[in-house]
Every structure is written in structure tokens, then in C-alpha cells.
Design a protein around this ligand. Structure first.
Ligand code: C5P
Length: 232
């Protein structure tokens, strides 16, 4: 599995996104499209970015009954995205159905990764709202192991959790890690961060980087710096 930097294109419109991507005349970044952009612009924005030669992580975090997720995944698979995700909390049955839906007639499919507990959920809110009483770190590892057992390819997690995920699930299980900042950069609202070089050292397969690139004065330079630190 090749290591890469995924640029979180958290823009509100296709125009803004394509204008941003126009700057990248050399190496084409792997792009993450999230809910805001997808719901605003629909599948056409995926086709447009694909047609420009970018790989795409479609970050829609599906979570519904197995049959619905299976059918939705079949649609996303036809869009030819490279990575899609879902909530491991949807259970093993949902994850298996998602894999079935994603798999194309020729046996190929996009990578499927799971969200464990959102980083916005803490121990207190998990206990109070979800009635889950185990330590949150154990819950995250349990979800990762459940995702692996269901046949998924990896998880989204903090780079600080990556080493434990590899211990629990094996080195071939992918970790896709947001929460990355340059050593001399703004942390913003991310609480627990690592630099691209540190994420590389702990073995992250893909880092997801948004504002350190999208809000930089020189986004292409910031992207290249990220690639240099993380991919080498
Ligand atoms: O701008 P920034 O680098 O913080 O962007 C990180 C991206 O990764 C955003 O699209 C954010 O929604 C996403 N993400 C995250 N933390 C998670 C899961 C996804 O920051 N646990």
C-alpha cells in the first residue's frame, strides 16, 4: 500500500474546489470529498475531479440498515472512487453488506475503511449518550477489530492511535489519519496532532490534511512540504 497525503477539500462549492485544484499543475493530490461538498454538488463533482486525474476518498460515513448501505455502496462503487467509509457502529452485518455492494462484477472495489468513535465523542458523552461504559481507547480498538473481522481494509483514526491499531489488527490494516499539523503551524480546533514526519514514523498509511494546505498562502508549497515529510 503506497503512502500518500490526502487533501481534505472542505469547500462549499464545485467552483471553489476546482479553482483550488487548478493550482496543482505537477503532482495531482489525492482528494477527500466530504458531506458538505457532496451534498451541495452531488456525484458530478466526483466525476469532474476524477476526470482531472485525482484519486478520491469519498468521506460520507454511511450508517443505515445493511440493505440500504449495500445499495448505496454499489452506487459509490460505480462512481469509481478509491476510498469510501462507514461507521463501524453500524455492526458487522452492515459492514459485510457494504463490502458486497462495493464489489464490482470484475471483483475489484474501492478500499473500505471504518470510522470508530468520532474524535468529537469523549468518554463522558459516550457513557451518557450511548451508554457505552468501557474506556474509549478500548472501544476504538474493539471497533477496529470488528471492522477487520468483517473484511474492511482499515480505519480512520488519530495518528496517536495508529500504533495500537497495528498491534490489534496487524500491519497490513490501513490507518488513515487526520489531525496533522506542521511543527510551526496553527493547530486550530484539532486537539491531538502530529506532524507529517511523526505520522510517518508511527506508520500511518495515509494522512488527511485540510487547512494546513487549503488555507496556506502557498497551498501547492504546503502540499509539497507535506509529501516530502510524509512520503519522502
Ligand atoms: O483542516 P483539517 O486538517 O483539520 O482537516 C481534517 C479533515 O479530516 C477534515 O475534513 C475533518 O472533517 C476530517 N476528520 C478529522 N477528524 C476525524 C475524522 C475526520 O479531522 N476524526
Amino acid at each position: 500500500m503506497g503512502k500518500d497525503v490526502i487533501v481534505a477539500c472542505d469547500f462549499a462549492s464545485a467552483a471553489q474546489t476546482l479553482q483550488f485544484l487548478d493550482r496543482f499543475t505537477g503532482r495531482k493530490p489525492f482528494v477527500k470529498i466530504g458531506m458538505e461538498l457532496y451534498y451541495a454538488e452531488g456525484p458530478e463533482i466526483v466525476r469532474q475531479i476524477k476526470a482531472r486525474g485525482h484519486r478520491i476518498f469519498l468521506d460520507l460515513k454511511l450508517h443505515d440498515i445493511p440493505n440500504t448501505v449495500k445499495k448505496a455502496m454499489a452506487v459509490l462503487s460505480r462512481l469509481d472512487v478509491d476510498i469510501v467509509n462507514l461507521h463501524a457502529a453500524g455492526t458487522t452485518a452492515m459492514m459485510r453488506a457494504a463490502l458486497e455492494g462495493l464489489t464490482r462484477p470484475d471483483g475489484t472495489r474501492p478500499l473500505l475503511i471504518a470510522v470508530t468513535q468520532l474524535t468529537s465523542t469523549d468518554q463522558q458523552s459516550m457513557e451518557r449518550d450511548l451508554l457505552i461504559r468501557e474506556p474509549i481507547a478500548d472501544v476504538v480498538m474493539h471497533y477496529a477489530q470488528t471492522a477487520k473481522a468483517a473484511g474492511l481494509d482499515g480505519v480512520v483514526c488519530s495518528p496517536l492511535e495508529a500504533a495500537r491499531v497495528y498491534d490489534a489488527c496487524g500491519a497490513e490494516f490501513l490507518t488513515v489519519t487526520p489531525g496533522v499539523r506542521f511543527a510551526d503551524g496553527d493547530v486550530g480546533d484539532q486537539k491531538r496532532v502530529m506532524t507529517p514526519a511523526q505520522a510517518k514514523a508511527v506508520g500511518s498509511d495515509y494522512i488527511v490534511v485540510g487547512r494546513p494546505i487549503t488555507a496556506a498562502n502557498d497551498p501547492v508549497g504546503a502540499y509539497e512540504r507535506c509529501v516530502e515529510e510524509f512520503v519522502g
